[in-house]
Design a protein around this ligand. Structure first.
Ligand code: GDP
Length: 379
């Protein structure tokens, strides 16, 4: 073992044809008040009632329980250090979702075709077929309940529907936990695992905590070197073995080291080769068990999914969940994808909350996921 310290439904009864509104129409900013008064929101037709998730109303706590001190520190740090926000990262997805609104602004009406197009746009943004239908349904309900009569009001209804949908899939746990916090970062090759390990380490470092990396992707020699390089950038030590070594032994040694040195967090980079799926899952289960035995508490499992792969991520989450406890998802490469709706599909279908989103390749580009910020960035 080499231990290297690196420096470096309901039928709507007799809906009126038109409801005239005097609200402000955001999408057509040049209109006069008189023109905007001609904007019409037809009462949406609802196929069937879908009960809203318990406790999810517009006043419910919109910041996840995971957004505790460490996440908050990271957020403050990142807000000041990174120019890239979720809004910039979701620009392409927003473009796709804004089309039905742009059309409605031209037509000066929200008619049945608007709802169909909004659903199609959500599907195009990879929110998933079922989830897209649920969001449109919720938005319609909000429009009826709140008597929404402006385009901006409809937009806000969609934002609320998105937040409700996300909150119904749970809230991510905090990165903080009993010492040492052992964080498994798993996912298929190329999704951004190693980079995400480094970014998580950087969050701990930024909060004044001590962190150590475990280079447990022993399958690829380059994987170990890559982890070392990132560890040097973060300025944290890394435990590595030879390429081809037993990843469970790396994790064992790393946790020992953390316990001996009173280190706050152990971030474990794991292998992600998919062609030997069964072996990989067995290996992950094994190293997880080894970690559990060395600790008096459970490790934290973070599944990294590449947002650009869209719905494939849902399948990956299903497979990895069978091997270990996936507590939350880190969705990478949100910058430069029009598939940002996949956050919704994953939450809805798998009930796994998204805890972080990657919006770039830099150390400061992993952002705590905030459903409200996300909804505002989409609509
Ligand atoms: P791994 O094989 O899963 O460990 O993936 P890597 O960490 O090696 O990352 C693969 C590529 O994705 C690298 O070029 C990273 O810089 C890039 N990457 C990781 N996260 C992000 C992100 O949030 N945004 C962008 N644009 N690129 C990312």
């Amino acid at each position: 073992m080499v231990f290297k310290r690196k420096k470096a439904g309901k039928e709507e009864p007799e809906a009126p044809e038109e409801i005239i509104d005097s609200g402000v129409i955001e999408a057509s900013g040049e209109e006069t008040a008189e023109e905007s008064a001609r904007f019409a929101v037809e009462k949406p037709h609802i196929e069937k009632e879908e009960p809203l998730p318990e406790g999810s109303d517009s006043n419910s706590s919109l910041v996840s329980a995971g957004a505790e001190s460490l996440r908050e520190t990271a957020k403050a740090e990142l807000n000041s250090s990174s120019p890239k926000g979720l809004k910039a990262g979701l620009a392409l997805s927003r473009k796709v979702l804004s089309r039905p609104f742009a059309k409605a602004a031209v037509k000066k009406a929200i008619d049945p075709s608007f709802w169909a197009e909004a659903e199609e746009a959500l599907i195009a943004a990879d929110a998933g077929v079922d989830c897209s239908a649920v969001i449109v349904q919720k938005a319609k309900e909000i429009v009826i309940e709140e008597g929404v009569k402006s385009l901006e009001g409809v937009r806000e209804a969609f934002r609320k529907a998105v937040v409700e949908t996300i909150l119904s899939s749970g809230t991510p746990p905090s990165l903080e936990g009993p010492k040492p916090r052992v964080i498994f970062v798993v996912g298929v090759n190329g999704v951004g695992k190693t980079t995400t390990c480094a970014k998580i380490g950087y969050i701990f470092k930024s909060a004044g905590k001590r962190v150590i990396f475990a280079a447990a992707d022993t399958f690829r020699a380059a994987g170990i070197e890559q982890m070392e390089m990132w560890a040097a950038r973060v300025g944290a030590p890394v435990v590595r073995h030879k390429a081809g070594g037993d990843p469970a032994a790396v994790v064992y040694d790393c946790i020992e080291r953390a316990l001996a040195k009173d280190i706050d967090a152990v971030v474990v980079d794991t292998a992600g080769r998919l062609h030997t799926k069964k072996n990989l899952m067995e290996e992950l289960s094994k190293i997880w068990r080894v970690a559990e035995k060395k600790l008096t508490h459970s490790p934290l499992g973070i599944l990294v999914i590449d947002a650009t792969t869209g719905q494939n991520g849902v399948n990956q989450a299903r497979i990895f969940s069978q091997a270990l406890k996936v507590d939350m998802i880190a969705l990478t490469k949100m910058d430069g994808t029009a598939k940002g709706g996949v956050v919704l599909a994953i939450g809805k279908e798998l009930k796994i909350p998204v805890g972080f989103v990657g919006v770039g390749e830099g150390l400061g580009d992993l952002r705590p996921f905030d459903p409200v910020e996300y909804a505002k960035a989409l609509f």
